[in-house]
Ligand binder design. Structure first.
Ligand code: GTP
Ligand code: MG
Length: 561
């Protein structure tokens, strides 16, 4: 994975050359380190071995094997503000090594341990899709705010989801912990006792990255890295999601959309990192007792200028890609087939539904953020009607504003839809919270006027499907399906058609005989109630999409007269 990979192999400053500010996407690499820790160890630690190996071989670090979808469930312990120093969340029995702490090991034991360490380090290089990849060890940390009613998920569920995100990013989660606080510590987010406790766990488990479940301020990031010491990197949920987007987008094949998406991710990352840059230099200056003051200031200015120039280049590129997308959508608008967008929590089954209905081959897998940009396909219904179905990026709780830019393509698609279909994984224990998280995002968008249908997906996975189906029937605008087995898809299409009708306008138009193609389009995109042949043409009474109704205006007047 590239979360910390970049901070090890591609330190920030040597990376950017003023003379070459043209930004070029680098496939399969984070273009920007998520962490500004530039201390590369020169000792013969596992990290430096990893660095030199990566530098020599140009290895890429991607996701671990997901054949076994079940993550190691981290041991999570609740702690109040009074903390004691001990290891938490030790997985794979690694923490046991800590117990022998004070005792002197025999030299043969030391040799054996060294050999074991080397073996386990080598074991972390995995072969995936013909590439050798490295799994980084991470420790995840959360804070439960007492009396906070804002959070939809409880802390344990939120950390479980963070572990899934880490897995998607290719990180091996070796442990986790959380703390109950009235309010986060402004310096280190967590209390000082908790910091020491995590430091102990880092040493015992060989942790390389500590991931926090909430967004950290630049100061908190810096203070935590300093407190944990060594080569340990600290990042937050936002950086983790950006990293997933970055890794995945870089391998995406649809060049235009991927580029659009990739540029946005890069931009979001740069803007996210800019304040950290300033802070880091200030910190270095202080460390050097002010001796490098002039140099530091100059360097900050140079670095900032380079970054801003890169951002400028990216914005221009983004603008041109956006124009492209707009042109593409305008072309689509000229063919007035209504657009239905699938929205919902990540992993709800949106892509599976699109694939079932359209025979598309969109990647659908049991992991978060499998889909990164919208895909549109035509659905042909049994009665001859058609609509376009768009698959979109899934939403997630605690979606930070920094990521909205990366969702832009999805948001544009949603805003221009005739109907929204909210896909829910009804078999998920947190289905209700996931629904609320999606509703929260939708309420922030200007989409209240778009008719909405809710789909309870994965009914095949619930213990009593009949009960769920009866429950759905009692509610308005809820359909039960199994996108995987295809159960309920006819009902789904009928419900979509009914919703589409709500979004259409009623027209009565006299279509001249020489406009035969218009008549067939009315049949294709609208819902025809009646056709009647008259002397002057065909009288059609139908529901049609608003945009298309405008095209028919002259014929509607003919009809009235
Ligand atoms: N049992 C069962 N599994 C399903 C069903 N629909 C989807 N899945 C599985 O759920 C997982 C996620 O499906 P996706 O279609 O990738 O979900 P998504 O909403 O597109 O996810 P993102 O792209 O990450 O937002 C996959 O492993 C699917 O096979 C269903 O109806 N029943
Ligand atoms: Mg998907």
């Amino acid at each position: 994975m590239s979360l910390c990979f970049c901070s090890l192999t591609r330190p920030l400053f040597p990376q950017i050359h003023e003379s070459n500010v043209q930004w070029i996407p680098i496939p399969n690499r984070s273009i920007f380190p998520l962490n500004l820790n530039t201390h590369i160890s020169t000792s013969t630690t596992t990290s430096s071995r990893f660095v030199s190996r990566v530098l020599q071989q140009g290895l890429e670090v991607v996701s671990p094997n997901t054949d076994d979808a079940s993550l190691p469930s981290p041991v999570i312990e609740t702690k109040e503000e009074k903390e004691e120093v001990e290891v938490h969340g030790a997985l794979n029995g690694v923490a046991g090594a800590q117990q022998s702490g004070g005792k002197t090991q025999s030299s043969s034991n030391r040799v054996k341990k060294k050999r074991d360490d080397e073996d386990s380090f080598d074991n972390r290089f995995k072969l995936r899709n013909g590439k050798e990849v490295f799994e980084e060890k991470a420790y995840i940390v959360g804070v439960e705010r007492k009396g906070d009613t804002e959070d939809l998920f409880d802390i344990e569920e939120s950390l479980k989801e963070l572990a899934q995100l880490a897995d998607t990013a290719g990180v091996l989660v070796v442990g986790s912990t959380y703390q109950k606080l009235n309010s986060p510590n402004p310096r280190t987010y967590i209390g000082s006792g908790k910091v020491s406790e995590i430091k102990t766990a880092i040493q015992a488990l060989g942790v390389e990255t500590v991931i926090f479940d909430d967004e950290l301020s630049p100061g908190q990031l810096r203070n935590l890295e300093k407190a944990f010491g060594g080569d340990v990197r600290v990042c937050d949920r936002t950086a983790l999601i950006l990293d997933i987007f970055n890794q995945r987008a870089a391998t995406h094949e649809a060049a235009l959309q991927a580029n659009f998406y990739y540029v946005q991710v890069a931009l979001a990352q740069m803007e996210y990192q800019l304040p950290r840059l300033t802070k880091m230099w200030a910190h270095l200056e202080r460390q050097a007792g002010g001796q490098v003051k002039g140099m530091g200031e100059k360097q900050i200015e140079v670095d900032k200028r380079i970054l801003r120039t890169q951002i400028g280049v990216l914005k221009k590129e983004l603008e041109s890609v956006r124009k492209h997308r707009k042109q593409y959508r305008n072309r689509r608008v000229s063919v007035p087939v209504p657009v239905v967008s699938l929205v919902g929590y990540t992993n709800a089954g949106k892509s599976t539904l699109l694939n079932q209905l359209t025979g598309a081959n969109v990647l659908a897998e049991d992991r978060l953020f499998a889909t990164l940009d919208p895909t549109t396909r035509r659905v042909q219904m049994k009665n001859g009607n058609e609509f376009l179905l768009t698959d979109t990026v899934g939403f997630i709780q605690k979606l930070p504003t920094t990521l909205v830019a990366a969702f832009r393509a999805t948001l544009e698609e949603i805003a221009e839809s005739s109907v929204l279909v909210h896909v829910v994984d009804i078999s998920h224990p947190l289905a209700e919270q996931q629904i609320d998280a999606v509703e929260r995002v939708l309420s922030e968008l200007d989409v209240a006027s778009i008719p909405k249908l809710t789909v309870w997906n994965k009914v095949d996975r619930v213990s009593d499907p009949q009960k769920i189906k009866l429950e759905a029937e009692k509610r308005e605008d809820v359909v039960c399906v199994s996108a995987l087995s295809g159960d309920g898809l006819d009902e789904f299409c009928s419900a979509v058609q009914k919703k589409l009708k709500d979004s259409m306008v009623w027209v009565e138009a006299l279509v001249p005989f020489d406009k035969g193609e218009l008549l067939s389009t009315i049949h294709q995109v609208g819902m025809v109630e009646k056709t009647e042949y008259t002397e002057n043409g065909t009288l059609v009474k139908a529901h049609v999409p608003l945009r298309f109704a405008r095209l028919l205006t002259p014929m509607r007047q003919m009809c009235i007269s």
